[in-house]
Design a protein around this ligand. Structure first.
Ligand SMILES: [Zn+2]
Length: 460
C-alpha cells in the first residue's frame, strides 16, 4: 500500500521545508505540495512534526565476544531498540580475534542478523591480522559487499594489528578503494599506565580514565595520520573523545590526509565525573577511549557544527551492570568496556544538541545520517529524503516529553547510563523501506524485515 506522509517539515542535511512525501513499494516516489492520495493510500498526517531520513549508526557492536564475556544484545533486541530511537540502518563491527578466519567470522556475524534484524544492516570488517591468507580473504570480503575495514591500534593481543600489518592493511585498502575505520589509542602506554595504577592499589572504575588519558588517544590519532599520509589510504577515526584528538586529525586534513572523524553520543553529554561515582557505580560509564572532562564537550559540539567532526555514532556495546561490569569489581581493567546507547542517540542529539542551540537540525541529520551514508557507500539510497531513495523515514514529534529508563528501554541491558534523563522529543513513526516498523512510539514491525546492504568501494 502506498504511504503518503502529509504536511510534515522535511529536514535533510541541507534543507528544511514543508511538503508531502509519497512512498510506494520500498522507495520515495514523489515529494511535493498537496500530493493526491488514491483510495488505497495510507495517509499519515505529519503536521507540526519533522520528517527525517532514517538515521544511520555507523558504529555499533551487537554480537561481541569481548573481555571474557559476550555483549548482551541480539539483533532482535538491538534492531528493535535502534528503530524505536529512529535509527533505520546500523553498521556493526565484525570483530574476529587474531586467530580467527575472517571469512568464517563474517559468516558468523551475518548469521546473527539474517532473518532477525528489524532494521537494515551492514558491517565494517575488522582486520585483526594481516598475512597472505587474510589478504585474499579480505579481497573476497570486499567482493561480498563489505566496503570498509576496521583496525584497532589498542587491544593488541586480541584484535589489534602491529605497525607492519597496519601499513599493509592501509595499502590494500587504498588499492581496493576501501575506507579504513580505526580505534586510535597507544596500546603500550595503556598497558604501562594500567600496570602502574594497579600497582599503586588504584583499582576502582575512576582510574580507567587516567589509564587512557588524552595523550594516549592523541598519540594514536597522530600515528594513524602518519600511516594514512604515507599510503594515501582513506581513514576514519572512530569514537574521538577529546579536543586534542580532533585537532590532530584536523591538522592532518589540512596537509591533505584523507581523514574523517567520528564522535559518539556519550562524549557529547557525559563527563568524567560519572565514572568517578562511588560504590562501583562508575563502571556503568567505562568505555574506551574514556569519557573526558567536561571542557571537551563544548569543543566536540562546536567541531560538529564546523565540520571537523563528521559523524555522531554510538559505539553501542551493551554489558549488564550485574554479572558483567562486575567482573571488574576489584580491577578496573577487567570491566567490559561499553555503554548501551543504540536507542537514544537521536533523542539525545535532539534534546541536548538542537534544542539548546549547539547544532542545528540540518547538522543533526548530516552527522547522524547523511555523512555516514556518503562515507560508507550507501548514498543516495540512504541518508536523505529524495525521489528514488529508500523510504527510510522518521516522523519525529519535537514536543513529546519523556524520560530514559532501563525499566522501559528496549535494549537487553539491566541499566541505562542515562537513567531518568528527560527528553524533549521522540520518533513517532519509523519506516524501513516503505514499511511502518514503529507507530506511536511502539514497535509494530516485523523482525527479519531488515536487509543486508551490499556496498561498493567508493574511495579511489
Ligand atoms: Zn567500537
Amino acid at each position: 500500500m502506498p504511504i503518503l506522509i502529509r504536511n510534515g517539515t522535511i529536514v535533510t542535511a541541507c534543507d528544511t521545508y514543508v511538503a508531502d512525501v509519497l512512498c510506494e513499494g520500498e522507495v520515495i516516489v514523489a515529494i511535493g505540495r498537496q500530493l493526491p492520495a488514491s483510495d488505497h493510500t495510507q495517509v499519515i498526517d505529519a503536521t507540526g512534526k519533522y520528517v527525517f531520513p532514517g538515521f544511520i549508526d555507523p558504529h555499533v557492536h551487537i554480537y561481541l565476544p569481548f573481555m571474557g564475556t559476550f555483549a548482551k544484545d541480539t539483533y532482535e533486541t538491538a534492531s528493535r531498540a535502534a528503530l524505536l530511537g529512529g535509527t533505520t540502518t546500523i553498521i556493526e563491527m565484525c570483530c574476529p580475534s587474531r586467530n580467527e578466519d575472517p571469512l568464517m567470522a563474517l559468516d558468523l556475524w551475518m548469521s546473527q542478523a539474517a532473518g532477525i534484524s528489524a532494521c537494515d544492516y551492514t558491517f565494517h570488517m575488522a582486520v585483526s591480522r594481516f598475512d597472505d591468507t587474510t589478504e585474499s580473504a579480505l579481497r573476497q570480503i570486499v567482493d561480498r559487499g563489505i566496503a570498509s575495514f576496521k583496525v584497532f591500534l589498542a587491544y593488541k593481543d586480541f584484535f589489534g594489528v602491529n605497525d607492519s600489518e597496519l601499513f599493509k592493511t592501509l595499502q590494500l585498502a587504498k588499492e581496493l578503494g576501501v575506507i579504513v575505520t580505526a580505534h586510535c589509542e597507544n596500546e603500550t602506554l595503556v598497558a604501562e599506565l594500567q600496570a602502574k595504577l594497579l600497582a599503586e592499589g588504584k583499582t576502582e572504575p575512576r582510574w580507567h580514565e587516567p589509564s587512557r588519558p588524552i595523550q594516549v588517544e592523541t598519540s594514536g590519532v597522530k600515528h594513524l595520520m602518519t600511516f594514512a599520509e604515507l599510503t594515501g589510504a582513506h581513514v576514519y577515526v572512530v569514537h574521538t573523545s577529546c579536543h586534542q584528538a580532533v585537532e590532530a586529525a584536523a591538522l592532518a586534513r589540512r596537509r591533505g590526509v584523507d581523514v574523517w572523524v567520528e564522535t559518539v553520543i556519550p562524549y557529547l553529554v557525559l563527563d568524567d565525573t560519572y565514572a568517578q561515582r562511588l560504590d562501583f557505580e562508575g563502571a556503568k560509564f567505562v568505555m574506551s577511549p574514556p569519557i573526558r572532562n567536561r571542557v571537551h564537550q563544548e569543543h566536540l559540539w562546536n567541531a560538529i557544527q564546523t565540520d571537523e567532526i563528521h559523524t555522531v555514532a554510538t559505539d553501542h556495546a551493551p554489558f549488564d551492570f550485574h554479572g558483567q561490569k562486575e567482573m571488574g569489581l576489584n580491577d578496573f581493567t577487567k570491566i567490559p568496556n561499553g555503554i548501551p546507547t543504540i536507542q537514544h542517540r537521536v533523542d539525545l542529539l535532539y534534546s541536548y544538541g538542537v534544542r539548546i542551540g549547539r547544532i542545528d537540525l540540518c547538522k543533526m541529520v548530516d552527522c547522524a545520517s547523511t555523512q555516514a551514508a556518503k562515507l560508507f557507500g550507501l548514498f543516495p539510497r540512504k541518508g536523505t529524503i529524495a525521489v528514488g531513495s529508500d523510504a527510510d523515514i522518521v516522523i519525529y514529534d519535537p514536543n513529546y516529553p519523556h524520560h530514559i529508563s532501563a525499566a522501559t528501554h528496549a535494549m537487553a541491558t539491566d541499566y541505562s547510563a542515562f537513567e531518568g534523563w528527560p527528553l524533549e522529543g521522540r520518533s513517532d513513526t519509523v519506516l524501513v523501506r516503505g514499511k511502518v516498523q514503529v507507530q506511536d512510539g511502539q514497535f509494530v514491525g516485523t523482525l527479519g524485515h531488515g536487509q543486508f546492504l551490499r556496498r561498493q568501494p567508493t574511495h579511489f
